[in-house]
Each structure stands twice: as structure tokens, then as C-alpha cells.
Design a protein around this ligand. Structure first.
Ligand SMILES: Cc1cc2nc3c(=O)[nH]c(=O)nc-3n(C[C@H](O)[C@H](O)[C@H](O)COP(=O)(O)OP(=O)(O)OC[C@H]3O[C@@H](n4cnc5c(N)ncnc54)[C@H](O)[C@@H]3O)c2cc1C
Length: 412
């Protein structure tokens, strides 16, 4: 059978959060929409797999309940999320120190106050920084996160053992060269809510949007080869004609389709998952590498937070690596990660099975535009986190913005 063609008001390339959110917006306004996705499932950078009864997200990722864009989505109730305890366990010089947000766990206030890692001045400085933090990361302030932290005069220990590894894990930016306004925005969002894991893994978030849209509007396993202002051409040769074409592919894929960021640097990360017969610790806490020794920046036990992440009687351990270590050959990296795990948790780690290693060299755009989230080039509208900022909130905001702009043009 030769190439065929379909018609729709709006065609969207990419079923990540940006594309799905844009599709919801135009569909709510009564326009017909088709989302074309090259992979076999929706989600883009938010995917989850089941391996030996464990749920593995493709890269450690959480939903932040404080994200403003979540309020524009259907209720997250069906995701049955569970939360990390706000704060962190810091691993420093062979010891653990828990810094727990006392607003969420008042009994931890003394332990946090008397921790050698944090001084009253640090707590006050952090509280002021969060109180004055912007509600949105735009416009950029043009100071790097690293410079900003230096100017705030936190103690060396608090900065080096807590703030830096925490923000490195969030921004996936080992040098902390990202715009400080973005870092301050994240700190505010973390302080206003909780970090959540859905019962069925992170992919449940894009699945929620896909269900709200209606699966009949999503075409999977269909890579797009070319874009024109009035149609997309699939690799199969099939064409989909539309009044408007939105390209919601990631920056690099969008560049191949004529997008605005032709050379887009990215921050990468590696996530290593291990299965164990018991967890190395039992609290639902994120653990940070406070002394910078070894490749692991942060670690958690997702099954301590959401027991469904591991089969009964087992524990799932998730180690995140950022910066130059993430670029090492995998065998060498795994050996170094295992040495660090052994140093942190002892000989029982030799029994842990390596379940899966996810390498994501292009996890987050390194120079996000911190702008509206979309841009028109030759009659095609490109949208995505690289045109806003790399996060679920940035992608959802870009999708909502491009969707409403198209609605205003096409309907009103
Ligand atoms: C490891 C990791 C951890 C993260 N942690 C967090 C976190 O904790 N909190 C947070 O807020 N954010 C986090 N993020 C960022 C967040 O996941 C992304 O910003 C967001 O998902 C980007 O969504 P998007 O729709 O813009 O892009 P994508 O998710 O990349 O979607 C683009 C879609 O386009 C499709 N596509 C591309 N080319 C074509 C083509 N030619 N034809 C058809 N389809 C195509 C792709 O297959 C993909 O499905 C993390 C990201 C990674 C990778």
C-alpha cells in the first residue's frame, strides 16, 4: 500500500510532557489534534520499565508537588503517589547526618539544629533565599548558581555537603554554572511541597495526560522524517496534513527537523539501579554525597518511599552520577560506584545485583532559553523544555503556552 494522508486541525510531533500538554490545551478548545510519537509509548524522558518485578524509571526523577503547572492538570490522585521525607541524609567522612525540614517533621528540629553541618546563620540564609526566591525562573538573572552561593556566604560545610550536591542532583550540572534564578526557583518549589513517586513509576505522569487526551489522538511507533508548515511526513512516507504543525520533540531531535537550537549543549547523567534483599537504610530519605569522594552524587532507596518499586522482601537502590564521571565507560563507572557503595554500606553491597544502568548524555538542556517555551520558524512552531527550562514544570508550561497561542490564532 502506498503512502496515505490524514487531516487534522493540529498535528504535534512528540508525546513527551510538552506535546501531551499542548494537545490537551488545543483539544479542550474543540480543535482536532493528533500527536505523533516515534517510540512505542508516551513519556519521552519520563519512562518506566519493569525488570524482575522492580519498577525502574529511566533516570532518577520525582514529581514536585509544588510545581504550579500541576494545578492545570487532571488530579494526580489516581497516581497514588508517596513522598520522600523533605530534607536529606548527608554522607560525610564516614558518618550520616540528617537535615530534615522541621516544618514537615517537628521532632527533627533539635537534631537538625545541632547538626555540625548547618549553623543558625545557614538556616537563616537559606530561609531568606527561599522567601525571596522568584515564583518563576524567568527572566534569567545571568549569575551562575555557583557565584550566587558564594555571594550568599553560607558556611563551607553547609554549602559543600548539602547545597552543592543537592543542586547538582536537581540541575544535573556538576559545575553549577546554571542560571541562579533557576536554582532558587527549585529550592522554593522543594520547600513548598514534597518530592513524589507514583505507585506505577514516573511514566504514570505522562500516561495521565494521554488518558485525559484520549489514546485515539496519539499515534505511536511513528518517527517523523520531515516537517512543513501544513503537514508532517512520517518515515513510512505517510503524511498528516494540518492547519498548524507543532514540533514538541526534544532539542536535538527538533534540530534535525529544522528547529531553532541547532547546537544545543546538554547536561548528562547516569542512573544505576541495584536490587538487594534488604535496604541499606529504611527511611524515605534522599542521601547526598557530602564529601565529594566517589562518583555517586546522590542515592536513594525508591522502595522505602513507594514499596511497589520492589517485589516483596526486596529493596531497590538507585545511584545517580553527574558531571565527568557520567561520561566514563560503564564498566569502569560501575566498579567505582560499587567501591563507593562498599565504603558507605559495607560488605553486604557485594550481594546486590545490578539491575540496569541508564545513560542519559542529553538529560537536560544546559542553556535553556528561560522564555515562553515556544518559537516559530518557517511557519512551524517548536516547543519544549529547551525553550523554557529543563523540568516537568518547564515542559508543561511550554506545552500549555504553545497550545493556548495556537488556540488564540485558530479559534478566536
Ligand atoms: C534523568 C532525568 C531526570 C530528570 N529529573 C527531573 C525531575 O526530577 N524533575 C523534573 O521536573 N524534571 C526532571 N527531568 C526533566 C524532565 O523529564 C524533562 O524536562 C521533560 O520530561 C521534557 O519533556 P519534553 O516533552 O519537552 O521532551 P521529551 O520528554 O524529550 O519529549 C520529546 C518527545 O518527542 C519524541 N520525538 C523526538 N523526535 C521525534 C520524531 N522525529 N518523530 C516522532 N517523535 C519524536 C521523543 O521520542 C519524545 O517522546 C529529568 C530528566 C531526565 C532525563
Amino acid at each position: 500500500m502506498g503512502p496515505t494522508s490524514k487531516d487534522t486541525d493540529i498535528v504535534i510531533v512528540g508525546a513527551g510532557l510538552t506535546g501531551l500538554r499542548a494537545a490537551l490545551e488545543v483539544s479542550r478548545a474543540g480543535l482536532s489534534v493528533l500527536v505523533v510519537e516515534r517510540e512505542s509509548a508516551v513519556g519521552g524522558r519520563i519512562r518506566s520499565s519493569r525488570v524482575d518485578g522492580f519498577i525502574l524509571d529511566h533516570g532518577f526523577q520525582v514529581i514536585l508537588s509544588g510545581y504550579p503547572e500541576l494545578a492545570t492538570l487532571p488530579s494526580l490522585g489516581p497516581l497514588r503517589c508517596k513522598a520522600f521525607t523533605p530534607g536529606a541524609r548527608i554522607r560525610l567522612d564516614g558518618k550520616n547526618y540528617d537535615l530534615i525540614d522541621p516544618r514537615h517533621k517537628p521532632s527533627s528540629v533539635l537534631r537538625t539544629l545541632f547538626s555540625p553541618i548547618v549553623s543558625l546563620r545557614d538556616i537563616f540564609g537559606l530561609a531568606c533565599m527561599i522567601a525571596r526566591a522568584p515564583k518563576s525562573p524567568e527572566p534569567p538573572c545571568r549569575h551562575s548558581t555557583s557565584d550566587y552561593l558564594t555571594r550568599r556566604r553560607f558556611s563551607q560545610l553547609f554549602r559543600g555537603a548539602f547545597l552543592e550536591p543537592f543542586l547538582r542532583g536537581v540541575l544535573l550540572d556538576a559545575q553549577l554554572s546554571s542560571d541562579a534564578r533557576l536554582a532558587r526557583f527549585y529550592l522554593k518549589i522543594f520547600s513548598q511541597g514534597k518530592a513524589l513517586l507514583p505507585e506505577n513509576g514516573m511514566q504514570a505522569l505522562p500516561e495521565l495526560l494521554a488518558t485525559a487526551l484520549g489514546r485515539e489522538h496519539i499515534i505511536l511507533n511513528s518517527p517523523v522524517a520531515h516537517l512543513k508548515s501544513d503537514r508532517v511526513v512520517l518515515s513510512s512516507g505517510e503524511e498528516i496534513r494540518a492547519r498548524r504543525v507543532i514540533c514538541a520533540a526534544d532539542a536535538l531531535s527538533a534540530a534535525a527537523l529544522g528547529g531553532p537550537d541547532q547546537t544545543s549543549p546538554h547536561h548528562g547523567t547516569v542512573t544505576m539501579y541495584f536490587g538487594a534483599n534488604r535496604p541499606p537504610y529504611t527511611e524515605p530519605l534522599l542521601m547526598l554525597n557530602g564529601d565529594g569522594r566517589g562518583p555517586i552524587n546522590n542515592l536513594c532507596v525508591p522502595s522505602n518511599v513507594q514499596p511497589s518499586y520492589a517485589p516483596p522482601g526486596k529493596a531497590l537502590i538507585c545511584a545517580s552520577i553527574v558531571g565527568s564521571d557520567a561520561a566514563r565507560p560503564i564498566n569502569e563507572l560501575e566498579q567505582r560506584v560499587r567501591q563507593q557503595l562498599h565504603y558507605w554500606f559495607g560488605s553486604e553491597t557485594t550481594e546486590w545485583t545490578t539491575l540496569k544502568v541508564f545513560q542519559m548524555p542529553s538529560a537536560l538542556p544546559a542553556c535553556p532559553r528561560l522564555s515562553a517555551g515556544f518559537r516559530e520558524v518557517d511557519g512551524i512552531i517548536y516547543a519544549g523544555d529547551y525553550l523554557s527550562y529543563g523540568s516537568q514544570n518547564g515542559a508543561l508550561a511550554a506545552g500549555r503556552a504553545v497550545g493556548s497561542a495556537v488556540v488564540i490564532n485558530e479559534v478566536l
